[in-house]
Ligand binder design. Structure first.
Ligand code: URA
Length: 242
């Protein structure tokens, strides 16, 4: 049984956008943990609500706290540059964090802060329903790859249920501090265009009413086998499900 949130497919796009705006308002006035006292602005997340990709970082830093938007400082500049290197525009993805307020002096978020913020992220995932979740750094990795070590699993794509995959990546700030990790970051991100392409195909199939059958491997699975390109009719019918 997947722990991933069920997509709110019962809502229209307009209703989902309204619900996402409501979450933003709740985050902006949230008092669920002590990070609220030190913040200038909370950072709910920003980007394309209809994206097939959601990036999940750790928590706002100095610039993000001032501007109320995620990844707008040096790490964000690096992320934007890397995205454009692999042909993905930042405006086309949605970006958020596991904690929505800046921890003092950019310290690691505490378990109670992660717990206090967790429900916002769960609701954002249910409403945006991304096919691909890219984890940036240890804290978001742990939500989908519990117990894993980032240096061992970065670049891994994992089926997390509900037709979603997670791609584990280094945090951009860590990549900036360590040039070999910056090279890994770029290499790991090179998988994204292919995952996006497959995710869009899966969504188109679902829109035609060809919902993914239980047990059907998600096209982002590392062990997924590409259906034959010029196969017979049954191959074609099968490929529409993938
Ligand atoms: N680091 C993060 O993890 N998130 C941001 O939004 C900015 C820096």
């Amino acid at each position: 049984m997947s722990l991933e949130p069920l997509a709110r497919l019962d809502l229209s796009i307009a209703e989902r956008i309204e619900a996402l705006r409501t979450i933003e308002e709740e985050v902006r006035v949230c008092q669920n943990c002590s990070l609220a006292q030190g913040r200038t602005l909370a950072v709910p997340g920003f980007g394309n609500f209809e994206s097939v990709v959601m990036f999940v970082g750790e928590g706002p830093g100095f610039e993000e706290d001032r501007q109320g938007r995620p990844f707008v400082g040096r790490s964000g500049q690096f992320l934007t540059e890397m995205l454009s290197k692999v042909g993905v525009q930042r405006e086309d993805v949605f970006i958020t964090n596991v904690v929505k307020c800046r921890p003092p002096n950019n310290r690691d978020p505490l378990p109670e802060e992660l717990a206090a913020c967790g429900d916002f992220l769960t609701r954002q995932i249910a409403l945006i329903n991304p096919r691909i979740i890219v984890t940036l750094g240890r804290f978001s990795m742990t939500r989908w790859f519990p117990g894993a070590s980032i240096t061992k699993i970065h670049g891994q794509v994992k089926n997390i249920g509900r037709g979603r995959v997670a791609l584990a990546m280094f945090h951009p700030a860590a990549a900036l501090r360590n040039p070999p990790w910056a090279a890994d970051f770029e290499r790991d991100l090179q998988q994204l265009p292919r995952l996006i392409e497959r995710a869009k195909r899966a969504n188109e199939a679902a829109q035609r009413g060809e919902a993914l059958l239980p047990g059907t491997p998600h096209p982002g699975d590392p062990d997924y086998v590409e259906p034959p390109q010029d196969g017979d009719a049954s191959d074609l019918a099968q490929s529409r499900l993938l």
